[in-house]
Design a binder for this molecule. Sequence first.
Ligand code: AVJ
Length: 331
Amino acid sequence: MSMTHTIIQHHCSLDAETLRRQFAHDVLKGLSQSRKSISCKYIYDERGSELFCKIMGLPEYYLTDCEKNCLEACKGSIRETIGRGRSNLIELGAGDGIKTKILIRNLLEHDHDFQYCPVDISESAVVNLSQCLNREYPGLKIRGLVTDYFQGLTWLSQQNNAKKVVLFLGSNIGNFSPREAMDFLKHLRGSINRGDYLIIGFDLKKDIETMVRAYNDAQGITEQFITNILSRINRELGGEFNLDCFRYVSNWDDLSGAIKSYLVSTCNQKIHIRDLNSSFIFNEGEVVHAESSYKFTTDQCSVMAEVAGFDVVDNYFDDRNYFVDSLWIAV
Ligand code: AVJ
């Protein structure tokens, strides 16, 4: 396999040990609160990324198919809007990048001069995606980056060789609280230049049953995915969680407009985590917040664009109006 056009950078000055220490620090903090929580970004190690790939193929998880539908519908206008100049296609939280191939293929077919930069916290995701694209499109210039969103933005602010087109797909924005989402978008806006673009996916509010089903699949893959966070603490921090003593619960929270996912302790237990030099008490029925997946209205999306310093160029919906990919320009 030719690797001539593929470069993989690691962590953007964050080495593996720093990342592990950050993981330890965040777990200690999250489990020491009266309302326990663990950041969902830690679900995505190699196994977590694999499980998420499975989720994207589940019949209940409508988001991925809807977004493919949106991107198929808009690839031409996105290409025309971006224009022919040299560009840098930077994808935050790229995962397996299958949806993005729709845009990449279209740009290549029209001889656009661009480089693709997948950024992901999972090394295996970046490596697999880069190899896969390299095989399929040998001429494509790829520069992968293994890091989290915030380091990714620092790196982004240093790339000034071409017009930036940032992709933030899959409704990844929905994992932030509304406040964090605004901070993130403002920070992102500050890392690109006026006239650069952002293509951002939002899962839209719809009937509650459809949304809840997407996070409670019949095969229990989502449960394995969320529970991976405990396995990862066991693997990497010497935790002693017994996975059978936690149960996955995910439901719609109307007040916040989000699906909220928790791990619920099924008994009174005390869990030691070696590398934290600490034990944590879980009462029967006590919940650990693991993930929020906010859902949006198109009006909310427009307000977010404006507050963050973008104009909405266009919105692209799927057939059922379940999902929107919104094209924003930095103003
Ligand atoms: C990748 C953050 C968009 O919140 O829908 C899938 C992750 N969690 N099933 C989402 C997820 C449970 C997903 N995002």
